[in-house]
Write a protein that binds this ligand. Structure first.
Ligand code: PMV
Length: 298
């Protein structure tokens, strides 16, 4: 292929199960139609222009080079995903870059191969990584973790993200939960089991289209994350703001300590929820579920 190749990949949120997944429990993550777009063309040298984390872009190119030699590229990345907020911005840029390279160099990587290679890129940069972000960004829809299977391609409700614009360190928070578990193993294991059941029951409501009950479970999940010390004043405020404005459910998404909350609501309530989140000091981002994972075009 000669010319500019354009690929994009989505962000993700957890409807349930973060942290408990570290202990083998189930979680559900969904792709959001908040995307990172990569425009790539061959060139004599390497030139990258991006508004997101460049490290992942460089590492993706380098990982791809072990499949096929790459001598020069112009790459422009435009991302709608806030960096470091737990929405999977690094996975999206990695996955979109690999998708574009695969087409440009006629390698035809399957989605499975893209997800696997993207996971290796994240792991090589972060030391440890969960395959969730890269998998969800590659396949789209609602994904059950740790099985990594798409359980549904859409949700019939709206999603509003509330960003605290503060950042929590995933590594430190995972470590804090580990320490809490070493001092109170029986209690923490019951919390993890409860979260596992939230995911299991939540999938039932999701499949039945009962978002009210799904939302109730998300609220319980939030309480349990808070109980493990993963909340913050800002997170609590915008969770309350979203619920007060009529959200069916609202919870921390991702590692916590800062970052984002995810709220689900009826389509007609979106503007209310946005206002509720703003009034509580958060930045609101409206983003439906993305049926598509990595795809050609933006
Ligand atoms: O904040 P994020 O999206 O990187 O999510 C972290 C999720 C954890 O369960 C806390 C850690 C993990 O590796 O699964």
């Amino acid at each position: 292929v000669i010319g500019v190749v354009v690929y994009s990949a989505p962000a993700k949120v957890y409807l349930s199960g973060e942290h408990a997944v570290v202990y083998g429990k189930r979680a559900v993550a969904v792709a959001l139609d908040l995307r990172t777009t990569v425009r790539l063309e061959r060139s004599d040298n390497f030139l990258y222009q991006t508004n997101t984390d460049t490290k992942y872009l460089e590492e993706a190119v380098s990982a791809f080079s072990s499949i096929k030699a790459v001598y020069g590229l112009n790459i422009k990345v435009e991302s709608e995903i806030p960096v470091g907020s737990g929405l999977g911005s690094s996975a999206a840029v990695t996955v979109a870059t690999l998708g574009a390279l695969s087409e440009e160099f006629d390698v035809n990587l399957t989605k499975e191969e893209i997800a696997k290679l993207a996971f290796e890129v994240e792991r090589s940069i972060q030391g440890v990584a969960s395959p969730t972000d890269t998998f969800v960004s590659t396949v789209g829809g609602c994904v059950l973790v740790p099985d990594l299977i798409q359980i549904q391609d859409m949700l019939d409700c709206a999603i509003v993200i509330g960003d605290t614009r503060t950042v929590g360190s995933t590594k430190e928070l995972v470590q804090a939960v580990k320490e809490l578990r070493s001092s109170e193993p029986e209690v923490l294991d019951l919390i993890f089991d409860a979260i596992d059941q939230i995911t299991a029951s939540g999938i039932g409501w999701l499949e039945a289209g009962d978002y009210k009950r799904l939302g109730m479970l998300m609220n319980i999940n939030h309480g349990l994350l808070d109980a493990m010390g993963l909340g913050s004043l800002e997170l609590s405020a915008i969770v309350d703001g979203a619920r007060g404005a009529g959200a069916l459910g609202a919870k921390i998404t991702g590692a916590g300590g800062g970052g984002c909350i995810v709220a689900i609501c009826e389509e007609a309530m979106v503007e209310h929820i946005v206002e509720g989140i703003r009034a509580a000091g958060g930045e609101a981002i409206v983003a439906g579920v993305s049926r598509d994972g990595v795809r050609k075009g933006n």
